[in-house]
Design a protein around this ligand. Sequence first.
Ligand SMILES: Cc1cc2nc3c(=O)[nH]c(=O)nc-3n(C[C@H](O)[C@H](O)[C@H](O)COP(=O)(O)OP(=O)(O)OC[C@H]3O[C@@H](n4cnc5c(N)ncnc54)[C@H](O)[C@@H]3O)c2cc1C
Length: 374
Amino acid sequence: MQKRIAIIGGGIVGATAAYYLSTLPGAQHLKVTLYDDGNGQASKAAAGIISPWLSKRRNQQWYRLAKDGADLYPQLVHDAQLGTEVYQQTGTIVTRAALPDLEALDALAQERQKTAPTMGTVQQLTAQEVQAKLPLLTNPQAGVFLSGGAKVDGGALVDALLTQASHKNLTVRRERVKLDQDENVVTSLGAQRFDRVIIAAGAWLPELLVPLHVRTDVRAQKGQLIELAVKDYPLQENLPVLMPEGERDFVPFGHGKLIVGATHEDDKHFDLSLDAAVTADLLASAQRLMSGLTDQNITGVRVGTRAYTSDFAPFFGPLPEHDRFLVASGLGSSGLTTGPQIGRLLAGSALYGGTPDWRNYEKPLATYLTSSLA
Ligand SMILES: Cc1cc2nc3c(=O)[nH]c(=O)nc-3n(C[C@H](O)[C@H](O)[C@H](O)COP(=O)(O)OP(=O)(O)OC[C@H]3O[C@@H](n4cnc5c(N)ncnc54)[C@H](O)[C@@H]3O)c2cc1C
């Protein structure tokens, strides 16, 4: 018998869930409909850094999830036959001004490398060696290079996964939907009943769950970055990502496109307006590392809305007391890294059922979701 599955939200979580629901064994028995209005989507605004290994976060569940997310990428990219314009392991450079800090970072990298093969090789670089790898820099600092660090174009990845799934069992509907208290998805065609519903609505999860009387510990955060046109290095199309101490991250894509960002604006919530002062601040950060830049180099500004929880950790899984629904949110500033792993796990759960045990990756969902009737 055919099983009907809905996905609400077509960012990285919804798109990878849709992709796996079209490829996992048993997918031929599924009819999947994804609803997405795309407004404010974090995934297509994101900088695209996949390099969680040197994070200072102490949350071990988050680290395992992010590490496994980074590990999943090469397999996903291979299976979905995606090109280097979508995902590329070019390495990441993390810099430190003070030598003791650099040594400590190097020691952490050597330690984490033992259990994270995707991280690749670890190499301490002088400022000159950093500049040789990233000739755009005129004011380099010494750093640690991780050869497995990667960059991903979030918008291109989401589009490619949805296109592939659409060739199999997926229908994409570009519209905003709601839930009703009878657990239907309310669409422009009326209330629809699905066997399972994956709610991958990012920062918009709280409003969706109101009719189910579920209160959600998720808040919205504005993130902005700038795109710059800089000198092209045609013989070095694999320029590494730079995560400089005290400055914004540099993400060089091919053909002289450089992304610099991003901001974390807690007080702006769902605001998507462009802010000239923020653009100037991002440019100033880039100028401190790279001379000769002016606002003439800016070719675009991207704005998106991230979802955050009180402990900055993501959550995902079956919605307590509403088994029809699986939810995910709170991916914060590392959601392109953790998102594919979350989407894959949710797809498996929607398809095969059972009670998943994801204690390795997250706290119980009751930490983030409570009844508004209590
Ligand atoms: C500026 C910026 C830079 C970032 N840089 C990085 C980075 O370098 N590395 C990294 O790992 N992460 C990064 N992130 C974080 C990452 O982008 C997010 O954590 C991740 O994309 C969240 O994915 P998601 O699928 O949960 O939500 P989203 O991508 O926000 O997708 C949710 C979708 O659901 C849709 N939706 C919501 N409600 C409804 C509804 N009722 N009906 C229909 N559709 C609905 C929305 O329109 C949206 O399209 C960055 C984020 C920003 C904003």
